[in-house]
Design a protein around this ligand. Structure first.
Ligand code: ZN
Ligand code: MN
Length: 153
């Protein structure tokens, strides 16, 4: 398998994702990366996100609400979609891959994997009169948060 050609734009997309814990959409990533690379197009961002996900450098999340989100943390973990603010947060919980055995128990085919996500209300939206409740993002970071000056390449 040939190594992909080095891409500065791909690097800056990945670097941006590593600074975020709120699982941004391609559009949010585009608006942020554009601040450093003004010539980048949304199509280029989409294409590079797809390549990075294919290479396992980032994760593409689909939580059933019709919009893909991206995660710089590729370790196995679970996500919750907040039905109030639309934010996606990491869940600290034990591994549940044993559901594969349950799925295979009475099945004569081969069960290769599963996709699991959770939905409910995030901590911020659950707090009574919580500060920032109902704001998008789920982490308190504004969607247009710029990269710090001089970070990365
Ligand atoms: Zn929420
Ligand atoms: Mn995550």
């Amino acid at each position: 398998m040939a190594a992909r050609k080095h891409s500065r734009q791909r690097d800056s997309i990945k670097e941006f994702l590593m600074t975020r814990e709120d699982h941004p959409t391609a559009d949010v990533i585009y608006r942020n990366v554009r601040q450093r690379s003004p010539s980048i197009s949304l199509g280029t961002v989409y294409r590079n996100l797809t390549l990075l996900a294919q290479d396992g450098e980032i994760s593409r999340l689909n939580l059933g609400d019709g919009v893909d989100r991206f995660d710089g943390d590729t370790s196995p973990h679970y996500h919750l979609l907040c039905e109030k603010c639309g934010g996606v947060v990491d869940l600290e919980m034990e591994d549940i891959s044993s559901v594969l055995e349950k799925a295979a128990a009475h099945f004569d085919g081969h069960v290769a994997g599963h996709v699991t996500y959770f939905y409910g209300t995030c901590g911020r939206c659950t707090e009574p009169e919580g500060l920032g409740a109902g704001l998008p993002g789920g982490t308190g970071l504004p969607e247009d948060t710029a990269l710090p000056e001089g970070s990365g390449a």
